[in-house]
Write a protein that binds this ligand. Sequence first.
Ligand SMILES: [Cu+2]
Length: 334
Amino acid sequence: MTKSVPFRTLALAGLGLIGLAGVAEAHVTLQRREATAGAAYRGTLSVPHGCGREATTAIRVQIPEGVYGVKPMPKPGWTVATTVRPYAKPYQSHGRELREGVAEIVWSGGNLPNDFFDEFTFVSQIDPAAEAGATLYFPVVQTCASGEERWVETPAAGQSAAGLRAPAPALRILAASGERPAGGHAHAAAAAPVFEQAGLRIEAPWSRATPGAVRVGAGYLRLTNTGSTPDRLIGGSTSIAERLEVHEMSTANGVMTMRKLPDGLAIEPGKTVELRPGGYHMMFIGLRRALAEGETFKATLTFERAGTIEVEFRVGGLGASSAGGGAAGEHHHH
Ligand SMILES: [Cu+2]
């Protein structure tokens, strides 16, 4: 779904007035880098330079899960377009349930010379259940006449972004007032494990405890393509189950269904795909034993290009809703 609002008439009027404002840093960044869970957030991306010396002609930003109700601000001289995707979970807004929203904003058709800087703004809401202390990333691709800059790098768990050449703009989540950040909380999870190989990063694989008689389990993780070639998660294996499949959950007419992805799950360069409850997931079919909270088990994931990657899943409680093992509906205990 794409909506386009052409705004070309005012062209570059006024650009000269802001051209000499300070260029504080060389990266594309969000001006406000903290937001409160459950609050409105106005995000402004600063673009301090072109690609090398070339003028910027488009800015594309990906909106992470946990940021909803996004509306871009139109910009004179640029065309703004959005793509829409289903949210991983619905949000309540003014008594209405929001099931889908903006996944990506593109401002294009403009011309921002390298000697100037400019700003690209959107408004949004932060998930009330967003984990305090977490960082959300807004990968940006900056396009110029003959090249592009990809501001898509994210630090490995527990690492700082300081060493990254082209870090994705980052937003830190603050606890809603009256609550303590996750770091000081008894339920805070240990640093999530990260598995990296051949341009792929797999973070925080987790699963849920299963009641004794159940013969299937599900696995979740965060998958990032840090390389420059597309890849595809096509399956894998684990000693705890007869089969491991890649599934998609979707809701049609209020009914949740899931299906095996026949061609696997594509992961484009610079993109992150979340496998999470209600969305993409791994299915462990023909469980050989029940999964118990607190244990870990190994699995081998198979990618079309990268080959196999060994990972370890942590098992959360029966009602776990995230890698930290927090129960569903118990928002601040992720
Ligand atoms: Cu499934």
